[in-house]
Design a protein. Structure first.
Length: 504
């Protein structure tokens, strides 16, 4: 047995981030001499405190590299088919984890020509120290057509599929996500203390008060074993492919009483646990940026989401030692109800996400307000999500002069019965699918105003009211839980939610 082990992320088909030092690390017996070599670049170190870390100089784009690691002069590892390109992390909860096989475009995607310059890696989903999972599709780098491909993040993959031909460099996506998780689980608990975010710590503390830890662990292990079982994966696939609300309730009733992971120290709801056991193990590895789709599980504290997400971004940037690490994220999709989940607080979360995009440098948000499903928390059109994130990356990270953001309200004028709304990011002009703007409401005081005519003129939207109104008007767009947005710019990006007061 070798005196050393390489980090799980180090392996065949891996992609190093171009332009940044190539970090190779792992564990081993103290005092062991470790040497690493890629081509003509080599360096060595000695295992201390059970760990070792080697750094090779940054490299430009290349492929077909090999990595050799020795321990005390004895070959320990030989990895091949290694490339240098751009690496992105696909983080968040179930809508980022969302498997390719559930996407509406999956059948067509399977038929496309294999692109060897796209590599993927699924982090093993670990919630506590020492946890062992039976998940054969995690912990190694793979390409399209691999058996793990269908269980990879659909937004992450479609991002790579869209951007790789534009960049003409190898693209790697590291899937570091877990369905049903709060952002608080992905954040260092130190960032939540002595602030309004401490409510997450307090709620967790209250939830575990007086529990039997031994029994809790026993039930948790049984719950995870069931989650990893073929039976559960087969049954849960029915939900992910999509069921009517009535059939969702039937499904829940039929599967009530199955093993589950109880609240406690082994549950993903524990603040900081995924930061410790999933994120930190990959942060020695330099990356280009972060793709993030999350927020559903934090709707219970919707008013805090801008604070929570801002802290998470700062925390991750510290871990990667990169204060300008790009964060590209997805605004929550329209949604009404699914099982016992409600979208009541989603408008607030969306508003807070917009605030983060405007306030935190090197972040950008894409909107999918046209892709939601009324009775399903998991919209099935993830190809568009990945493509919009790729468009955002091209414009905001790679510096292309392209239209990559949704139309944004920037002003209103009134003239008698006519309101003229002006929008930025319209491109060559707005496009309305239909005769009226879905989700647009106007009030005079508490009385709704009737819109009798709607016209699009370039970057303007002209609204004719049924009668002249001389009082101030409150205008609200897409600020309900579910709406099918039908107003787009020339890049086919939907108008984002907004509200404004039009003075008398």
């Amino acid at each position: 047995m070798s005196k050393i082990q390489a980090a799980e992320l180090i392996g065949n088909k891996m992609i190093f981030q171009r332009g940044k030092p190539r970090i190779i690390w792992g564990t081993g017996e103290n005092g062991t001499s470790v040497q690493v070599q890629i081509g003509c670049d080599k360096t060595e170190t000695v295992v201390a405190n059970g760990c070792w870390r080697c750094e090779l100089p940054a490299a430009d784009t290349c492929t077909n590299l090999t990595l050799d690691i020795t321990a005390d002069g004895t070959p320990a590892f030989h990895f091949s088919d290694i490339a240098v390109g751009d690496v992105w992390v696909a983080g968040g909860q179930s809508n980022m984890e969302f498997f390719l096989r559930y996407d509406t475009q999956w059948k067509a995607t399977q038929k496309q020509i294999k692109n060897p310059n796209i590599r993927m890696y699924n982090c093993t989903r670990i919630a506590f120290a020492g946890q062992q999972r039976s998940t054969p599709d995690t912990g190694y780098w793979f390409e399209e057509q691999d058996s793990a491909w269908e269980r990879f993040s659909a937004p992450g993959y479609y991002f790579a599929h869209a951007i790789q031909p534009e960049l003409n460099v190898p693209v790697g996506i590291i899937g570091c996500n877990w369905g049903g998780t709060s952002a608080s689980a992905w954040l260092d608990t130190a960032c939540m203390r002595d602030s309004p975010l401490s409510v997450y710590l307090e709620e967790y503390g209250n939830s575990i008060a007086g529990i039997d830890l031994a029994q809790n662990r026993k039930e948790a292990l049984a719950g995870y074993a069931f989650e990893d079982s073929p039976e559960h994966n087969r049954d849960w696939a029915q939900m992910m492919y999509g069921l009517s609300f009535e059939n969702q309730l039937r499904f829940a009733k039929e599967h009530a009483g199955e093993p589950c992971v109880p609240l406690g120290p082994y549950n993903t709801h524990k603040p900081g646990t995924l930061f410790e056991h999933m994120l930190k193990p990959i942060t020695p590895f330099p990356v280009k940026g972060i793709l993030w789709y999350q927020g559903e599980s934090d709707e219970g504290h919707a008013a805090l989401y801008d604070r929570l997400f801002t802290e998470l971004i700062a925390c991750w940037r510290r871990e990667w030692q990169d204060s300008t690490l790009p964060f590209l994220f997805v605004q929550l999709a329209p949604f009404h109800h699914w099982l016992d989940c409600l979208g009541t607080n989603y408008p607030t979360v969306r508003e807070k996400q917009e605030l983060v995009a405007k306030a935190v440098p090197y972040t950008a948000m894409t909107s999918i307000m046209d892709l939601g499903m009324r009775d399903d928390i998991h919209p099935k059109r993830k190809k568009e999500v990945g493509e919009r994130l790729a468009l955002l990356a091209r414009g905001k990270v790679y510096g292309e002069s392209i239209l990559c953001e949704s139309p944004e309200f920037c002003g209103a004028e009134r003239d008698g019965q006519t309101l003229s709304l002006t929008f930025a990011n319209a491109g060559t002009g707005l496009r309305l699918n239909g005769n009226a703007v879905n989700g647009l409401f106007i009030w005079s005081g508490t009385s709704p105003c009737q819109i009798v005519n709607t016209q699009v003129q370039g970057h303007k939207l002209l609204l004719t009211l049924a009668e002249p109104i001389h009082s101030s008007l409150l205008l609200s767009f897409a600020e309900t839980d579910f709406v099918e947005v039908n107003l787009f710019n020339s890049a086919n990006l939907p108008l984002k939610p907004f509200h404004c007061l039009i003075q008398a």
